[in-house]
Design a protein around this ligand. Structure first.
Ligand code: SF4
Length: 96
């Protein structure tokens, strides 16, 4: 079985995750806490779609994206955006 096939299976499993109200810090409420974090760090050329589909249903997406932007997070999908999309957002803000 190839890694790519494993990723598909993991992403299917990830689509079944649901929010869990743990209270407390927003970081603890992220849906990504319930899945393999590798999904959020795809290798070059691999799809970011599985991670983004989880982020799209995450109740702390806004907080997560803001924190990733503040940290200048260089890798991975955070708050539903890839590193390239966050760089583009940074450039757009800087130009404004
Ligand atoms: S938005 Fe952030 S906290 Fe939520 S699943 Fe995505 S990476 Fe995790």
């Amino acid at each position: 079985m190839s890694n790519k096939h494993l990723r598909v299976i993991r992403s299917d499993e990830a689509l079944q995750v649901a929010p869990v109200d743990t209270g407390g810090r927003w970081e603890d409420r992220g849906l990504c806490r319930q899945v393999d974090s590798e999904i959020f760090f795809p290798d070059k050329g691999e799809s970011t779609r599985p991670a983004k589909s989880i982020c799209a249903r995450c109740e702390v997406q806004t907080e997560c994206l803001e924190a990733a932007m503040r940290r200048n997070e260089p890798f991975g999908v955070w708050g539903g955006l890839s590193e390239r999309e966050r760089r583009a957002m940074r450039r757009k803000k800087a130009a404004a």
